[in-house]
Design a protein around this ligand. Structure first.
Ligand SMILES: C[S@@+](CC[C@H](N)C(=O)[O-])C[C@H]1O[C@@H](n2cnc3c(N)ncnc32)[C@H](O)[C@@H]1O
Length: 354
């Protein structure tokens, strides 16, 4: 049921819409190839008890395989992803009616006073009116938590609802490297409750760590790897959501208004990516490895060129067992301008023997 309706909105008992985990724009998300990944797992593995989605991003892959009896491990370097993974996929309890009341209250606000968020992002990524509201809501979520009126799970849910709702009205092509420089339309800002199936979450674990550190501490049947492919840093593309989630109100720079991200840059986007990849693969304690990595080694656009060559991938994976490669035609989600017809999403599969 959940799988078939992955992309459809659902209504809760009070007649409000619910956000699904897949309902946000995220570069390289694997939402459209979930059936492809599923078919490989069904054909090559069959039954399994645990899966680790160690570069989770939105979490749609791990979430797809999340059932009552499975254990799914999620992890991402970015804090705003850690928040949404916890909101949708950890086992903690929350008061749904209380959250619906808070969300309805937030939706009905009109805020006149400027704040950190509207000063920096208003008139750019959002209308001034919406930006004032977003900043005010973020501050209110902090206050509710500090005053013990919501628990940590409820805080994660409200923050995720805020992040998902602003994604719908942001004046961007889906990421925050830039905003569209034309007159801003005031789109309707609307937070919604999340579609959470807590019964499935009892065994899950969620981390906010560098994958190469975490790999040394975990074991699983299936290790799913979906690292960044190229020099494009996710902390650059999603700096605004990261800033809003952390809410430390740092100084921001340049036209895109980014904060200092030097501590959250991914090494997978840099020159040593293949060394890190090899370290990750050799230290994995698992029965199977699935790797998503596309075929854009030399795409012509320097920033899009893949950081790890096919030879390097094969060399690292072959040390653990025989490698099979599955290919699937894939429409890449980039800035919306370019569509590469030859773009293939590939899964490298290894049954671990060594
Ligand atoms: C290709 S995206 C994953 C997309 C995801 N499978 C989905 O469907 O949404 C790669 C993710 O790896 C994360 N990442 C980058 N370097 C990392 C590292 N060293 N450790 C953990 N996560 C990392 C990024 O923040 C990004 O979310």
């Amino acid at each position: 049921m959940t799988r078939l309706n992955q992309n459809l909105n659902t209504l809760n008992k009070k007649g409000n819409w619910l956000f699904k985990i897949s309902q946000r724009r995220y570069l390289g998300n694997k939402n459209s190839i979930l059936p492809f990944i599923d078919s490989i797992i069904k054909n090559e593995i069959g039954h399994f008890n645990s899966l680790c989605d160690i570069f989770s991003g939105t979490g749609v892959v791990g979430s797809y395989f999340n059932t009552k009896n499975n254990k799914i491990i999620f992890n991402d370097l970015l804090y705003h992803n850690f928040i949404s993974l916890n909101a949708f996929l950890n086992q903690n309890n929350f008061d749904k009616d209380k959250l619906l009341d808070i969300i309805n209250g937030f939706n009905n606000l009109t805020i006149k006073k400027e704040n950190y968020f509207s000063d920096n992002f208003g008139g750019r990524y959002f209308s001034k009116k919406n930006a004032r509201k977003i900043g005010f809501i973020r501050q209110s979520i902090k206050k509710l938590f500090v005053e013990d009126k919501i628990n940590i799970k409820e805080k994660f849910i409200l923050l995720t609802s805020l992040n998902y709702s602003i994604d719908k009205i942001a004046n961007t092509v889906g990421h925050y490297d830039a905003y569209i420089k034309k007159e801003l339309k005031v789109l309707e800002f609307k937070m919604e409750m999340l579609d959470i199936n807590i019964q499935n979450n009892a065994n899950n674990k969620i981390y906010n760590k560098d994958a190469n550190f975490l790999i040394r501490d975990i074991e699983c049947d299936i290790l799913y790897l979906d690292p960044p492919y190229n020099s494009r840093q996710y902390c650059d593309a999603y700096h605004l959501l990261e800033n809003l989630s952390l809410w430390q109100k740092p100084e921001v720079f340049g036209t895109a208004k980014k904060f200092d991200r030097s501590k959250i840059k991914s090494e997978y986007c840099k020159i040593n990516a293949s060394i890190l990849f090899d370290d990750l693969v050799q230290n994995a304690k698992c029965k199977y490895i699935l790797l998503s990595y596309n075929n854009m080694r030399n795409s012509g656009d320097g920033r899009s060129n893949a950081k790890i060559s096919d030879e390097e991938i094969m060399k690292s994976l072959s040390k653990r067992g025989r490698v099979k490669i599955f290919e699937h035609d894939y429409k890449e989600f980039n800035t919306g301008k370019k569509r590469r017809n030859d773009n293939k999403e590939r899964i490298f599969f290894v049954k671990v023997e060594n």
